[in-house]
Design a protein around this ligand. Structure first.
Ligand SMILES: [Zn+2]
Ligand SMILES: [Zn+2]
Length: 366
C-alpha cells in the first residue's frame, strides 16, 4: 500500500488546509472501525497522514524530506522526530500526539483487553534519535567522516547501565510474589475483563536490587554528550538518512539502545548545482573566444581544469557535457556528468575599427 500521505487522503499536493480537513473527515467516517465496513489499519493510516498534513511545519518537512520511518514504540504509533534546519533538535515530543492521533492506542488497549494481543513487558529500548548534519557539496563528492555531537541519555558508567550493584544481591518482590506481573480486573464500557499488568514496584523483574545506583537513581542511564563518528559515503544526496545502529538513546536498565538517524543536508554551492548525479554550471565565454577557440575551460568540482570542445552543430542555448565529472554514484558505480551552460558575452560597444572588421568578416562568410 502506498504510504504517500497525499494519496492516502486523496488530495493534491497543493491542497489547502480546508481541503485536507474535509478529506480527512470524510475518510475517517468511512473507515472508522466502529462502522460496518470500517478498516482499522486504514483508519490509522488516515490519522497518521492527517497528523502530518494538518500541521504546517510537519507538512513542509514532509514535502521536503518525505516520510520518516515508522516509530518503534507501539503498533502503528506515529513517532515524528523533529529537527530544525542547521542545529540539532531531536527526540520524541509527546505533545505532538493530539486528538485523534491517540485513537490507535485506544484501539490497541481495547483489543489487548480481549486477549487478542499482548506483549510481554520488557524494559524499554532506548529511543531512536534523528538529527541533521550539514555538509558541503565537496564533502558529498569526496565522502567524509564527521564527528557528530549531541546530548542524549547515555548508559551510566558507574553501574554499567544496569541501575544497581549486582554484587549486593536482590530481595524478592512482595507486591507480585516475585512473578513480575499482577492480575487486575478492569471495568470498561464493553464489560469486565481480567488484565495482566507489569508489577510497578519491581518493574516486572520480580526482585528488587539491594543497592540502587545513586548516580542514575537506578534507571541505568544519565544525560550527557555523545559523540559519534559518522561515515559519509561519496555521492550522498541531500535529505538522505544515514542510520547508525545502536547510537541512539541508551535503554533503561541496560536494555537495547535506540538507533541514530542522521539526515544529510548539503549546503548550496556558489558554482555548482546538483541535479541527481549530474552537476550543472554556467560558464561565461567571450563571443570571439567562442567563435575562434571552439572550446571552453572549466574547473570541475574535484578542482582540476578541463577543456570541453564545442561541437560543430552546437546552437546557442545548448548545454555542453563532460561525462565522468559529475557526482559519484553511491556504491562506486562511476560518476555523473558535468553540464555546462554557456553565457556568451557580447561586446557592449563597438569601435569604428571593430565594426569595419566585422563588415570584413561578414563578406568573408557570405
Ligand atoms: Zn548507574
Ligand atoms: Zn513485583
Amino acid at each position: 500500500m502506498s504510504d504517500d500521505y497525499y494519496k492516502i487522503l486523496g488530495v493534491e499536493k497543493s491542497a489547502t488546509e480546508e481541503e485536507i480537513k474535509k478529506a480527512y473527515r470524510r475518510l475517517a467516517h468511512k473507515y472508522h472501525p466502529d462502522k460496518k465496513d470500517g478498516d482499522e489499519a486504514m483508519f490509522k493510516k488516515i490519522n497518521e497522514a492527517y497528523q502530518v498534513l494538518s500541521n504546517k511545519e510537519k507538512r513542509s518537512q514532509y514535502d521536503r524530506f518525505g516520510r520518516v520511518f515508522q516509530g518503534q514504540n507501539g503498533a502503528g504509533g506515529f513517532d515524528w522526530r523533529n529537527f530544525n534546519d542547521g542545529g540539532f533538535e531531536f527526540g520524541f515530543d509527546p505533545s505532538t500526539f493530539e486528538d485523534l492521533g491517540n485513537m490507535g492506542d485506544i484501539f490497541d488497549a481495547f483489543f489487548e483487553g480481549f486477549g487478542m494481543k499482548r506483549k510481554r513487558k520488557t524494559y524499554e529500548r532506548g529511543s531512536d534519535l534523528e538529527l541533521v548534519q550539514e555538509i558541503t557539496l565537496e564533502e558529498s563528492y569526496n565522502g567524509a567522516t564527521k564527528s557528530v555531537r549531541f546530548n542524549t541519555q547515555k548508559s551510566c558508567e558507574t553501574c554499567s547501565g544496569v541501575g544497581h550493584d549486582p554484587k549486593e544481591g536482590f530481595t524478592p518482590c512482595s507486591a507480585c510474589d516475585s512473578r513480575g506481573e499482577i492480575h487486575e480486573m478492569r471495568k470498561t464500557f464493553f464489560g469486565n475483563f481480567s488484565q495482566v499488568k507489569t508489577c510497578t514496584k519491581c518493574a516486572g523483574a520480580g526482585k528488587i536490587p539491594n543497592s540502587i545506583c545513586k548516580k542514575c537513581s537506578g534507571t541505568g542511564r544519565i544525560t550527557g554528550e555523545q559523540s559519534v563518528d559518522l561515515k559519509i559515503a561519496p555521492g550522498v544526496d541531500d535529505g538522505q538518512l544515514i542510520k547508525v545502529t545502536k547510537a541512539g538513546e541508551a535503554g533503561v536498565h541496560g536494555s537495547e539502545p535506540g538507533d541514530l538517524y542522521v539526515r544529510i543536508k548539503i549546503k548550496p554551492h556558489k558554482k555548482f548545482k546538483r541535479s541527481g548525479e549530474d552537476l550543472v554550471i554556467t560558464e561565461s565565454v567571450n563571443l570571439v573566444d567562442f567563435l575562434i577557440n571552439r572550446s571552453v575551460e572549466v574547473e570541475t568540482i574535484s578542482g582540476k581544469n578541463i577543456k570541453v570542445e564545442i561541437p560543430s552543430d552546437f546552437n546557442l542555448g545548448d548545454q555542453l557535457s563532460a561525462s565522468g565529472e559529475g557526482m559519484p554514484r553511491l556504491g562506486g558505480f562511476g560518476k555523473g556528468r558535468l553540464l555546462i551552460n554557456l553565457d556568451i558575452k557580447v561586446p557592449k560597444k563597438l569601435s569604428g575599427k571593430a565594426k569595419s572588421l566585422l563588415e570584413d568578416l561578414r563578406r568573408e562568410l557570405e
